[in-house]
Design a protein around this ligand. Structure first.
Ligand code: ASP
Length: 332
């Protein structure tokens, strides 16, 4: 019985989901964890607070998966806050896997899901600053670095409230370690749960890369790229530069390695090693894979330092370092 999520902010998301894990509701658990991250304004690459695209509008992507026959996905939501909830409705109430754009929002409306404002004041201010500074959109995998127009590595304050359960009664969690804070715009929540009944489930939610070309969809909502679950083998999720993950079918690659006998640690290591070898990497590129085996063992590997996994199980809550990091810190 265990729930693991990408990045340190996943600690709070895991905690909100833990009662579902303990009650044998893995699907509810991953939906709850992702919904927590969506609603937290300080988590600024997921849900409310997510940075907008190059047109100044936020769009959200997400998916959910129990098995190859039970998965759902949405991309490009602009009026609904919880992509995993909408994706679950796609999975449970349509014959399809994926809905996109305005029609996905319309589907959510028909399902009775409440619309929400997605652009926070802080995200709007960040967008306006980016525009003032002549920001350039860059989602390239290869080639020379171009000016981003904003500093994706800039550590910033993370102010937010918290119920205090995780942080000794303090109302705010401790500041993120500086090495993780510099990747704060690359923090999709990918969440994998193995519940008390032995059911595996995964969910993934993101606002994508900041200031992306409108219409851009990354790995996160694509089954097999940002998330894959095979109940007989295990589950994997990804975070980071989607364009790097998509070229490798990242999450599927990890689960297939486990199917061939690799441990979760071996599988994620192989995936980031392949990533490092495949692309001409740029300083702002970061990615990580997180895997959870059918037996509950888990592992993560990151392209660069600064990634952590949030874990909640019978031993409590903790953030753990990845098992493998492929490259040295580009910033020094
Ligand atoms: N993987 C997400 C995407 O490419 C973004 C991220 O994790 O930073 O859309």
């Amino acid at each position: 019985m265990r729930i693991v999520s990408t990045w340190s902010f996943g600690l709070r998301a895991n905690e909100s989901a833990w009662p579902h894990v303990a009650a044998g509701r893995a699907l509810d658990a991953v939906e709850a964890a992702c919904a927590y991250a969506d609603a937290a304004p300080d988590i600024d690459s997921v849900g409310f607070g997510g940075l907008p695209d190059a047109s100044g509008r936020v769009s959200l992507d997400g998916c959910v998966m129990l098995s190859p026959g039970q998965c759902g996905s949405v991309a490009g939501l602009r009026t609904h806050l919880h992509p995993v909830t909408v994706a679950r409705r796609v999975m449970e109430r349509t014959p399809h896997v994926m809905l996109v754009g305005a029609d996905a929002d319309a589907f959510a409306d028909r399902e009775g899901l409440v619309q929400a404002e997605l652009l926070s004041d802080e995200a709007r201010a960040a967008y306006e600053k980016w525009r003032r500074e002549g920001g350039v959109v860059d989602q390239s995998r290869d080639g020379p670095s171009r000016t981003l127009g904003f500093d994706p590595l800039r550590p910033v304050d993370r102010r937010h409230g918290d119920d205090g359960r995780l942080f000794g009664g303090a109302t705010t969690p401790p500041p993120l370690p500086a090495d993780e804070a510099r990747w704060r715009h690359h923090d999709t929540i990918g969440c994998l749960a193995l519940d008390a009944r032995g059911t595996l489930a995964g969910g993934c939610s993101t606002s994508g890369t900041p200031f992306k070309v409108p219409g851009r969809v990354g790995d996160s909502p694509i089954i097999g790229h940002g998330l894959y679950v095979d109940p007989e083998v295990g589950a994997a999720t990804a975070t980071g530069t989607g364009e790097l993950i998509m070229g490798l079918c990242g999450a599927f690659l990890v689960v297939e390695s486990m199917r061939r006998g690799a441990t979760p640690a071996e599988a994620v290591r192989e995936a980031v090693t392949r990533m490092a070898r495949t692309y001409t990497l740029q300083a702002h590129h970061q990615a990580a894979f997180l895997a959870l085996g059918r037996d509950g063992t888990f592992a993560a590997a990151a392209l660069r330092p600064g990634y952590r996994t949030s874990v909640r199980d019978a031993d409590g809550a903790r953030a753990v370092e990845p098992d493998f990091v492929a490259l040295a810190d580009p910033v020094g």
